[in-house]
Design a protein around this ligand. Sequence first.
Ligand SMILES: Cc1cc2nc3c(=O)[nH]c(=O)nc-3n(C[C@H](O)[C@H](O)[C@H](O)COP(=O)(O)OP(=O)(O)OC[C@H]3O[C@@H](n4cnc5c(N)ncnc54)[C@H](O)[C@@H]3O)c2cc1C
Length: 410
Amino acid sequence: MRIVVIGAGPAGVTVAETVRQYDKEAEVFLFTTEPFPPYAPPAIVDYFLTGQETHLWKGTDFPERLGLEWRPNTRVNDVRPETKEIVTAAGEVIGYDKLVIASGSRLYAPVEGAENPGVYNFKSLTAAQELLDKVKAKVAKSALIVGAGFIGVEIALLLAEMGLEVTQIEALDRVMPRMLDPETAEMALGVLQERGVDVQLNTEATAFLGEEQVEAVELESGETLTADLIIAATGVKPHIEFLEGSGVKTDWGVIVDDYLLTNIPDIYAAGDVAEAKDRITGERYVHAIFPNAVAQGQVAAYNLLGFSVPYEGADDMNSLKHLGLPIVAVGTMEADDVLRVRRGEALRKVYLKDGQIVGFRLAGDLSAAGVLRSLLIRRSNVQPIKDKLLEPNFGVGYIYSVSQSAELAI
Ligand SMILES: Cc1cc2nc3c(=O)[nH]c(=O)nc-3n(C[C@H](O)[C@H](O)[C@H](O)COP(=O)(O)OP(=O)(O)OC[C@H]3O[C@@H](n4cnc5c(N)ncnc54)[C@H](O)[C@@H]3O)c2cc1C
């Protein structure tokens, strides 16, 4: 059997690893547009902060160890389901028995001029390297980051730590607006400011200015801001352009069923590129996070091997590692009841709908995260223990009593 995997990010790599656990003979082609061996994007910031590579690579010998047909620097330009072939940018045609689309996501910057030279991003190791080469060569003293989402905040902290003067603009009224409620966002903002980042909220970029080289950002107010480095951190979008005309059904991402199969037999999709069902709502959505990419890579591999394993659903969660103040955000904030407690620097907010936890936001003290998530996944009725959810030792001392509680459908 020949398995072709488009993408060597966490999803594609997990497909290859999982296949090898069960099948030593299958031919596995692994494609990436990057020159590097497989790496973990969440470790990029640490890598540049500390120089430590331990958590970055899957092992530079990964392709040989797994006996893969390893294709770095190779873009797949076309998928032809009728003949079961893919075509690379260089025109090479390769047949497949099973195909996995794991092409991840790219920067999404719906702002005029975003494609022009001089707009940096942090969406891949290649992009991050290009940006940080400038910082290390000391040709840049200041940076302007457009967007204060999760990745934008990580970049701001990294560049501030590296000694740059950092300005960050955000169109909405708080940092990490999709992930955080106003109160937790305010705490994160405080830390960013303490680290020297000049955050400007309610400030929307309308254009990147400069044809040959972008040197400034135009704001909705008509004002312009400039810096030595201009970085777009405005969101991500599934990499699906090369699927145009292939017949693979896409919307925002590639549409998959409960087995991560696309509308075409023998073609699966996994990771940031896949619009898979949400664990809680059951609706299709792209939750572009590492654990979902890994879980989907596993499930896609099981199914192409013929094990028929349904995907449990994607989680909506994120955590901030480099802020100094630990923060974790899980699930939705759309609720009919919000439980809240603040003790000093620790904030806990739990979002309930019909007596079930649908989300939570923790700052400072994350010890309750594991139990809260477990209750959320199990859709337990927490109405009888509502007040306990806010106790400081919930998640530590309460684990036993909660899991034993007769009222809970755990
Ligand atoms: C800086 C940064 C920090 C992050 N931190 C966290 C974190 O703390 N926690 C967390 O959960 N998530 C984090 N994420 C998100 C997480 O890394 C992604 O969800 C995950 O990498 C998705 O994996 P993937 O394999 O689906 O796609 P990607 O990692 O995007 O990999 C896609 C692969 O497809 C290849 N590709 C694309 N198009 C083609 C083509 N046409 N032909 C051939 N190859 C192609 C690319 O070269 C790449 O190898 C972070 C992301 C970044 C960028």
